[in-house]
Design a protein around this ligand. Sequence first.
Ligand SMILES: NC(=O)c1ccc[n+]([C@@H]2O[C@H](COP(=O)([O-])OP(=O)(O)OC[C@H]3O[C@@H](n4cnc5c(N)ncnc54)[C@H](OP(=O)(O)O)[C@@H]3O)[C@@H](O)[C@H]2O)c1
Length: 248
Amino acid sequence: MKSVVLNKKVRGAFVPRSSNVELPFVAVTFAMTVDGKVTTKNYDSVDFTSREDKAHLIRQRALGDAVLVGHGTIENDNVRLGIPRDDLRKERIARGQPPYPIRVIVSNKGRINLGLKIFESNFAPIIIFSTTRMPRKTREQLQGKATLYLSQARRVDLRRMLQKLRYDFKVKYVACEGGPALFRSLLEQGLVDQLNLTIAPFLFGGKNAPTLTGVKVDFLPRSVRCSLKEMRVVGDECFLTYSVRKKR
Ligand SMILES: NC(=O)c1ccc[n+]([C@@H]2O[C@H](COP(=O)([O-])OP(=O)(O)OC[C@H]3O[C@@H](n4cnc5c(N)ncnc54)[C@H](OP(=O)(O)O)[C@@H]3O)[C@@H](O)[C@H]2O)c1
């Protein structure tokens, strides 16, 4: 697998800098408590949702050409990002998709732990968008395990990342599973199309436990308007689908 440095000299396929390259549809799936928390203040991998919600997450993931997560989420939740259901994999194949979505991780610093479970499985490609801040040793260790796109900027340009996925990997639908810091960045840049939100019957409290948009004290640059498209209640949980209005 290859390692590509974006900007200036680009090996591999080139994505034009123009913002006219079509972007994939981005659907983000989250579960939160009644008081809006997505985890505890220690960012523990807490299990506060039902089997129905876990099945819902897998169904949403199964729609994606790519499943996207931030480094914090893969580090904390340590998941393989597979589709553990034969029927959903068959549905994908019937739609002309491969059985599993491409797995995409975003990290600015690139200090990726090679011991994560995702690197034990090779059922779908792993693509990591990071920067040249990624330690050389990590780059070497990732050889053969993931495709690296390393930008020379301090932070990954998320719009360019989505363009790259669309352009080079034919990704039309991104199933993003957070976490909150990545979601906030995507929202700030108007890159989210849909929010699938489960409200779970718990209250965590605590101002330092992240909400959907993390723990940043600043307001979003502008309020983001959502329209409720669907609401489903199963037991004590509420499953909401919002379409997110993009900034023009
Ligand atoms: N309840 C839910 O539905 C749900 C869903 C997802 C996650 N979570 C929870 O959320 C917690 C993790 O939160 P988090 O905010 O740390 O998660 P995150 O958004 O997955 O990860 C944050 C990290 O992603 C990278 N990142 C974020 N924005 C970026 C950008 N614009 N460009 C490049 N990289 C970017 C950075 O990695 P580097 O530090 O490597 O630079 C950043 O530190 C975990 O406890 C997890 O269980 C809950």
